[in-house]
Design a binder for this molecule. Structure first.
Ligand SMILES: NC(=O)c1ccc[n+]([C@@H]2O[C@H](COP(=O)([O-])OP(=O)(O)OC[C@H]3O[C@@H](n4cnc5c(N)ncnc54)[C@H](O)[C@@H]3O)[C@@H](O)[C@H]2O)c1
Length: 410
């Protein structure tokens, strides 16, 4: 049965809008029809509109256009709650960049609003839909590591807002709800939920590392401690260690630290009764050194367990990083498939089925981080109330990379 393409528009034409527009305009997905983009800074939306052959629009034009059904919110983290609310109130489905909000209250309010209006709300990251993590999902579901028992995930980075060269111009950057916890949490929690199901209880330790000093000699507060407050708000935590109990009985540890250095050090390992999966950076769709490794019982050679690389069973790995972005300037994540979940949302809308990157999944990340922060204060283990379904797996064997349509496999 032939269906009508879903008209989509984007609010927030900054860095990451490139990869979304590239996926949705050039990815070969007939189900989405990108109409236009907006930004508070019109030069930015004009540049993106020209590059992708879409309309430069204002927020008002997007929200009042009855033809537009899904709106992408690719504004900064601290604007997500307000912009998502604005889009929902206009009666449109939303796909937001991560995190769903910088507070649990804001995220929950939008979750409730979407439900009350019968609108879809989804949130990045959608890396769990890529080649590497769909391969890992298939391995786990096929029993390659036996029964999963433990998950270890870690992300170490270095964030300028904490050590150099000074406070960013926007006072919201670095404040509570905008630091590594909310910035990176979704990458790890979405892949863990896709592999292992939802988290039932969470506890842990989290803090703002107090010992940093301004390290740029040009900064007026050179060598003085980095202020605990920023723009009148407390700084967000920069060191985070959590213990997670999954509903399936798996135990997990999730660690974030933005007081280290770049390039970041990401780790994800899933340990089962019969094997160990070592997985790539959940910020990448897979390939180009971002691979899936398996150690299995019975593969010991000379007393050592052999680790081998598992060829991807699924399509949508990263595209060739040597092919530069079409804009001719550096663009973050330019060779990724960010936006696949928007394609899924469009199909869900036309087919009347649930979308994979559900509002429940998006809320889960913010709720887990909030629970760990509360655990630090009250010494308690907290029940997680959101219980997202594991997003349905994709069909293996589609290596289309955009030429063959994902439309058939969602
Ligand atoms: N930059 C990256 O490497 C990267 C990677 C993955 C995800 N993300 C996520 O993408 C989101 C955006 O990041 P970015 O780096 O593209 O930020 P950015 O600052 O480059 O772009 C955000 C844009 O949103 C616009 N904006 C803010 N409020 C608006 C409003 N009410 N109406 C219209 N426009 C508005 C800003 O003017 C800005 O141009 C963040 O959540 C970030 O975490 C960024």
């Amino acid at each position: 049965m032939s269906v009508k393409p879903v008209k989509v528009a984007l609010i927030g034409s900054g860095n990451i809008s490139y990869t979304y527009l590239n996926t949705l305009v050039h990815g070969g997905f007939q189900i989405v029809d990108v109409v236009g983009c907006s930004d508070l800074i019109p030069e930015k939306s004009a540049a993106r509109a020209q590059l992708f052959g879409i309309r430069q629009m204002t927020n008002e034009e997007i929200l009042s256009d009855p033809e537009i059904e899904i709106v992408l919110n690719t504004t900064q983290l601290w604007n997500h709650t307000a912009v998502t609310k604005m889009i929902l109130e206009a009666g449109k489905h939303v796909y937001s960049e991560k995190a769903m909000g910088d507070t649990l209250e804001g995220a929950k309010a939008n979750y409730d609003l979407a439900r009350s209006k019968g609108l879809m709300l989804g949130c990045a990251p959608d890396i769990y839909m890529g080649a590497a993590y769909q391969t890992a999902r298939k391995l786990i579901d096929d029993g390659a590591i036996g029964r999963p028992l433990l998950a270890h995930a870690m992300c170490c980075r270095g964030y300028n807002s904490h050590y150099a060269p000074g406070d960013p111009k926007d006072p919201a950057a670095g404040s509570a709800g905008t630091t590594i916890t909310h910035d990176m949490g979704g990458y790890y929690i979405n892949v863990l939920v896709s592999l292992l199901g939802p988290v039932k209880r969470a506890s842990g330790y989290t803090k703002f590392y107090e010992d940093r000093v301004y390290e740029n000699p040009l900064h007026p507060r050179y060598k003085q401690p980095v202020a605990r407050e920023i723009g009148g708000r407390p700084r967000g935590d920069s060191v985070f260690l959590s213990a997670l109990e999954f509903e399936s009985g798996v135990f997990g540890s999730l660690t974030f630290n933005s007081e280290s250095f770049f390039p970041e050090e990401p780790r994800v390992e899933i340990i089962g009764t019969e094997g160990i999966l070592t997985l790539p950076d959940p910020n990448n769709f897979g390939g180009w050194g971002q691979d899936v490794y398996l150690k299995r019982v019975g593969n010991s050679v000379n007393g050592r367990n052999e680790q081998f690389r598992v060829p991807f069973t699924h399509g949508y790995g990263d595209t060739d990083p040597a092919v530069p972005p079409k804009s001719g300037k550096p663009e973050p994540c330019y060779n990724s498939w960010r936006g696949l979940a928007v394609v899924d949302m469009a199909w869900a809308l036309r087919r009347g089925r649930p979308h994979r990157s559900s509002a429940e999944l998006a809320l889960h990340t913010v709720e887990i981080i909030d629970a760990v922060e509360r655990s630090m204060k009250d010494d308690r283990v907290h029940t997680i109330h959101s219980r997202p379904e594991r997003p349905a797996p994709l069909t293996p064997g589609m290596f289309g990379m955009g030429e063959a349509s994902i439309d058939n496999i969602l």
